[in-house]
Design a protein around this ligand. Structure first.
Ligand SMILES: Cc1cc2nc3c(=O)[nH]c(=O)nc-3n(C[C@H](O)[C@H](O)[C@H](O)COP(=O)(O)OP(=O)(O)OC[C@H]3O[C@@H](n4cnc5c(N)ncnc54)[C@H](O)[C@@H]3O)c2cc1C
Length: 698
């Protein structure tokens, strides 16, 4: 290494060089990922405003107590509402501003859970009375479903809502300790109102199962809890996650609410206490589907943040062997590193695109629902459940893998990735615990299978039934005729390899899903222990595979993208498909789906998976020079990332140094613990030694 080499100055240089290497037009790709120039400009403007406002300063948050984080969270929310009014922001602008804060805030529960559930399920009368004040945030809401004793098993919730015909009221009651509502976001200290999930009890004690009720929790004058309600915060959470959110408990003691406060757009109770059935068994799932579809987008953006930080750091961090320039190699050049990070980048891109498409489908479903058309509900339920599981499970793994890829500095809170991890991990639990939700995906897949092939699973479906298959079960067409066979695969390098062909990869994913569902149908009486998860994942990945094929076709037609942009994006989305197959090779091998025509093994290897693995390695290598461009295209500012390792200019060492100087422990040279503990320990140790020496002399 040259004697005057400055490793810190080199980092900025490395970043400049990396930016020059990329062949994509960052502006074009950024517009593509933001769904057009307008959306990007809108976000950019909001970032500019918010990042300069001292209320949104992030520099001290690592040292804040839980209470300070909660207080800061609400201060920021209040400021966003002020800005909304001052600057004439739309509701969407305010949502963008809130999402930029990367702190899960109590208001999110109002926006993502309380409001959509209320709007979808309240009667017209209740909507007329409250929709306006909910929209203008004149009241704050939360969604009270989970209890201390029950979460996944909603049918077993203990809170009751008993109808009293004499007064036309419901009485909300928590009969036991375990019926305490628990984990409820924004309930602890913030929310004034809530939607409560409770067993509807009709006169005579008939239990109609869980239904939703709109309940005021706190006074709008004093913010005190209303009579008959006790509530509070459930305490800190793992890894200090969700610190700004007051996840809370509540117990109701015979709290009366007017009959109109039952969310009765679908199921109703007549004045004299008779039950009116909803038109569709799952119609009340609407709100949950909204939250789940939003979680796909969020998983994509969280993954994106983590991988942007990790790729930028890997681009400037030098460690290990020296290259021809006499400098240690940049760690991004190590195959063991880029093979970890680039598939994460691919998943971030795919999940962001998927989330957008899903939200659009959700809006269409809502429009149809409002006209009483429930035909899209089952399909939406199947796809959002599967995607929620897939995307949240992946993002939890990917964020942690991104952090680990950065070695020791990745563990510093200043990397910003630990914070992302702490907040993303519960996403696998809330809105349907992923392993429990797997069962619903499997149920939907089996239903589709049996409706096609009969209860025995041996029928021959008509062409019209096959044509009528929905997107979530489209793969089942492959089982419709014995003459249909999985494709033979061309091994080898380059474009001729089947492993570089989108359509083949998508078809393989569909074959795996079809055979897994067939296996499940045949062995449903005695399934092996992982079959549920494999069917759930396999069917969802087949669905996503087809969508990825559509995305590739779409951006090939996108006139705003240049040829080089399309080429790079195609390789990135191809990597998504390749690595999806690689991570499920056990299934592909189990079902004999790797039918290789000209295996590598003829030449050097016995391994039928080698062709795929080589294709992934080569695809990744071709994407290394594009990595920084693709991360820039995700459009995060330094303020948003709040990461010393993800700095746009690559100046990571200076940033780490500067941050370390802000550590309050460094305020005093001699810490308070010196007099109290360090000094006595040192003195004791020195005395012991002197005593021992004295004893030996004796
Ligand atoms: C950060 C956070 C925020 C939350 N916010 C809210 C909120 O605002 N409102 C709200 O109502 N709730 C909220 N929750 C609660 C959340 O919805 C529940 O935690 C979730 O539904 C899981 O329920 P549980 O915790 O009771 O777990 P359990 O259902 O007890 O699950 C425990 C384990 O048992 C397994 N298991 C359970 N049932 C089955 C089964 N039938 N078959 C196989 N395995 C099973 C699960 O896979 C899991 O591993 C929140 C939770 C968290 C962590």
């Amino acid at each position: 290494m040259p004697a005057d080499h400055d490793a810190s100055a080199q980092t900025s240089l490395d970043m400049i060089i990396a930016r020059k290497e990329t062949s994509i037009d960052v502006v074009n790709v950024r517009q593509f990922i933001y769904n057009g120039r307008e959306e990007w400009r809108r976000k950019e403007k909001i970032v500019e405003i918010v990042s300069k406002d001292p209320v949104f300063d992030k520099s001290k948050r690592e040292w804040m107590t839980r209470t300070e984080k909660y207080t800061r969270g609400l201060r920021m929310t209040n400021r966003i509402h002020e800005l909304e009014q001052l600057l004439g922001w739309s509701k969407q602008d305010a949502t963008i501003a809130t999402s930029l804060l990367d702190d899960p805030l109590p208001i999110s529960l109002h926006v993502t859970a309380f409001e959509p559930v209320f709007l979808l399920q309240a009667s017209q009368e209740l909507l007329d009375k409250y929709a306006g004040v909910i929209a203008s945030r004149g009241i704050f809401g939360c969604y009270l479903q989970t209890e201390l004793g029950h979460g996944s098993n909603v049918a077993a919730l203990e809170t009751t809502a008993s109808y009293i015909p004499q007064t036309k009221e419901f009485e909300i009651h928590s009969p036991t300790l375990t019926s305490n509502k628990w984990w409820i976001g924004a309930l602890g200290k913030t929310a004034t109102h809530g939607v409560v999930q409770a067993q509807l009890i009709l006169p005579g004690g008939v239990d109609m199962g869980p239904h939703l009720f709109f309940v005021q929790l706190r006074s709008l004058d004093t913010h005190e809890l209303l009579p008959g309600i006790i509530a509070g915060d459930i305490g800190p959470k793992s890894f200090h996650g969700f610190a700004a959110t007051d996840n809370g408990f509540a117990r109701f003691f015979h709290v009366r609410i007017p009959k109109e406060h039952m969310l009765s757009k679908f199921a109703q109770v007549t004045d004299d206490g008779k039950y009116v059935q909803p038109p569709h068994a799952k119609i009340s799932y609407g709100g949950m589907l909204y939250i789940r579809s939003g979680m796909v987008t969020t998983a994509g953006w969280v993954t994106a943040k983590a991988v942007v930080i990790a790729i930028r750091y890997a681009t400037v961090r030098r460690q290990g062997a020296r290259g021809p320039d006499g400098l240690e190699k940049r760690i991004i050049t190590y195959p063991s590193l880029y093979i970890r990070l680039l598939p994460i980048l691919a998943r971030a891109y795919v999940f962001i695109s998927l989330g957008r498409a899903l939200s659009q489908s959700f809006q269409i479903m809502v429009q149809r629902l409002s006209g009483g058309d429930t035909s899209l509900l089952a399909e939406m339920h199947a796809t959002t459940s599967g995607l929620k599981i897939l995307c949240t499970t992946s993002s939890v793994q990917d964020v942690e893998n991104a952090r680990r890829s950065m070695g020791g500095h990745g563990y510093s809170a200043f990397s910003g990735v630990g914070r992302l991890y702490a907040d993303v991990i519960p996403s696998v639990t809330y809105e349907g615990e992923n392993f429990v939700l797997d069962q619903q995906v499997v149920r939907a897949a089996l239903k589709a299978f049996h409706s096609l092939f009969g209860t025995e699973g041996k029928g021959r479906p008509s062409p019209s039934t096959i044509r009528g298959l929905t997107a979530s079960s489209y793969y089942l067409r492959l089982l419709s005729s014995p003459s249909k066979e999985p494709p033979f695969l061309e091994d080898g390098d380059g474009s001729k390899s089947s492993w570089n062909d989108f359509e083949t990869l998508i078809l393989l994913l569909e074959w795996r899903a079809a055979l897994l569902v067939h296996e499940m149908a045949q062995t449903a009486h005695d399934p092996d222990t992982t079959l549920f998860q494999r069917v759930s994942r396999g069917t969802t990945e087949a669905f996503v595979g087809r969508r990825v094929g559509e995305m590739i076709n779409d951006f090939r037609k996108n006139s705003e993208l240049q040829e080089s942009d399309v080429a790079v994006l195609s390789r990135l989305y191809l990597l998504y498909l390749q690595t999806t197959i690689e991570s499920a090779l056990a299934d592909f091998l189990s079902f004999g789906l790797l039918r290789i025509r000209n295996p590598f093994r003829v030449r050097a290897s016995r391994d039928p998976t080698r062709g795929l693995r080589l294709a992934i390695a080569r695809n990744c290598l071709s994407l290394v020079p594009e990595a920084v461009g693709l991360t820039d295209a995700l459009g995060f500012s330094d303020w948003e990332l709040d990461s010393t390792l993800g700095m746009y200019d690559g100046n990571v060492y200076q940033a780490l140094w500067d941050k370390a100087q802000t550590e309050p422990l460094n305020d005093k040279e001699i810490p308070d613990a010196y007099e109290e503990s360090i000094k006595p320990m040192l003195t004791r140790g020195q005395q012991k030694l002197t005593e021992r020496k004295w004893e030996t002399k004796l």
